[in-house]
Design a protein around this ligand. Structure first.
Ligand code: FE
Ligand code: ZN
Length: 503
């Protein structure tokens, strides 16, 4: 018996008040990690009452179950070969892409960098507001407000610091610029324009907005809120005929990664599937919006949910799958919160140490977020981590309609406005503002497809390739796995192809 392993197991189980019988035998465990065994034991014993003792018979059952799970989910030798008579038009089209990625210089993580980070956010978005709205002569710095008499009409632009409901039932918002903090009241009594309380409900912390109102003592009584927003524009058309397939949240390595469906998709790209073969042949670009692997230690007891418990092997499998994609298709891959890079956003691209041997000319690892211009069509791709805090904060948002939350981000011209909702690198330049208006805004993270058009910007959430998780069942979220949105440049619209069924 391997006494060291037995001791390690006993130590790990002691924390869960499980004792270990003296005759346990770990010789069959092979290379299975002790922590995997202990988490499975804890799981097995979690509902048992009284004294918990791990006996050898139960241990052997657990080991044999784990060795089965360790086997690859699908045949890793599977090879997808392009159908000989398949003549994809995308193969003849010369690729045309430019990438623009966030500038994150000067992030020291101290108090000063937070100050300059928020200054940068305020400056960038104030610019957008000033260019868009007709605040004409009304705009004042907050410090100037004290010079004005009651009733004077003013407008300010600032960052939302805090929002409170007063005893009287009004909403008070603290708005800050470089010169001071203003207290802005949204009255519960409707004015000529109607009640502003509904507008006040949409105001979120740390966003930049403009307020028009009247001075009243030390307050500003609001009569209008203006978000930076985007102007209405024409849907962009490209002269070339091509298609872009949008994927995200593959979670390779998870037991719930739907590899067979993914292979069905790869087969479709290779012309081996009859349905929508015309569109398959047009696919020139694939954008994968993060959570490409499931990772390890992303949440407590994740080991239980992993088919591939080794992080390097997860990416190895991912790259094996990506290698089956025809090489005239360019694949752009971003990381997400599950991936093996820093959590704080903007996130750098997946490193060569993790995708080691896979150097494919058609596969591009990008930071999260990134702008990708394809034959003149500007795509802004972001994982979508901030959608959680947007859905939790703004009334009317839900996990069923990620596109609505994406529109709220676009209106605020920021990918992650609520500070602390998810981790941000406090760089000198706020690289998460939406400074350029994209033609297509794409995200993932919610595991639910959503498509909309807002002021001429195509909004697309590309869902997932992972089946419904236990967490999603508990939360009541219903994902839409293997439903592939494809943008067709010829008409500038999306179609969704369902890889849950045989095409
Ligand atoms: Fe995900
Ligand atoms: Zn995610």
């Amino acid at each position: 018996m391997d006494t060291n392993k037995a001791k390690e197991l006993a130590a790990q189980l002691a924390g869960a008040d499980i004792l270990v019988a003296s005759d346990i035998d770990l010789s069959n465990a092979g290379s299975i990690d002790i922590s995997l065994i202990s988490s499975k034991v804890i799981d097995t014993y979690k509902d048992r009452q009284g004294l918990k003792i791990l006996d050898n018979a139960t241990l052997q059952e657990i080991i044999s179950e784990l060795s089965k799970e360790k086997a690859p989910i699908s045949n890793p030798e599977v090879e997808v070969i392009r159908k000989p008579d398949f003549e994809p038009v995308a193969k003849e089209l010369e690729a045309q892409y430019t990438i623009s990625t966030p500038n994150v210089e000067g992030s020291e993580g101290n108090v000063d960098s937070f100050v300059s980070y928020f200054r940068s956010r305020l400056e960038q978005i104030r610019h957008i507001i000033e260019a868009r709205s007709n605040l004409s002569g009304l705009l004042r710095s907050i410090d100037e407000l004290k010079n004005y008499m009651d009733g004077r009409e003013v407008a300010i632009v600032g960052i939302v610091n805090e929002k409170v409901t007063t005893k009287a039932g009004n909403v008070m918002v603290f708005i800050e610029d470089e010169t001071g903090t203003a207290r802005v009241i949204f009255s519960r009594y409707p004015s000529r324009q109607g009640s502003l309380l509904g507008e006040a409900e949409k105001i979120i912390n740390d966003e930049v907005l403009a307020v028009k109102g009247k001075i009243s003592g030390q307050f500003v009584i609001a009569n209008e809120v203006l978000w930076p927003d985007v102007p209405i524009k024409e849907r962009k058309q490209s002269g070339e005929k091509f298609a872009i397939a949008f994927l995200s949240d593959l979670h390779v390595g998870s037991k719930l990664f739907m590899e067979d469906n993914f292979l069905h998709f790869v087969n479709w790209l290779n012309g081996n599937v009859e349905g929508r073969k015309d569109l398959a042949g047009k696919v020139k670009y694939i954008i994968i919006n993060g959570d490409v692997a499931d990772g390890i230690g992303v949440y407590p007891s994740q080991e239980r949910d992993l088919a591939i418990p080794d992080i390097f092997m997860q990416y190895k499998r991912l790259m094996e799958l990506v290698e089956m994609i025809p090489d005239y298709i360019h694949v752009f891959m971003l990381p997400g919160n599950h991936d093996a890079v820093q959590r704080a956003e903007p996130q750098p691209q997946l490193g060569s140490e993790i995708i080691n041997d896979y150097n494919m000319d058609n596969v591009h690892m990008l930071p999260n977020p990134s702008y990708i211009t394809l034959h003149g069509i500007e795509v802004l791709a972001y994982h979508g981590t901030s959608l959680d805090s947007i859905i939790a904060t703004i009334p009317g948002m839900s996990y069923a309609n990620p596109e609505k939350a994406m529109i709220e981000l676009l209106k605020r011209r920021h990918l992650s406005p609520i500070y602390g909702g998810n981790i941000i690198v406090p760089s000198k330049h706020d690289a998460l503002t939406i400074d350029k208006i994209p033609d297509i805004l794409t995200m993932g993270h919610i595991h639910k497809n959503g498509i909309a058009n807002y002021h001429g910007v195509e909004i697309v959430n590309s869902g997932t390739w992972q089946a419904r998780t236990e967490f999603q069942i508990k939360q009541g979220h219903i994902p839409t796995p293997c439903l592939l949105p494809v943008y067709d440049s010829e008409n500038g619209t999306f179609v969704q192809i369902d890889f849950n069924v045989k095409l």
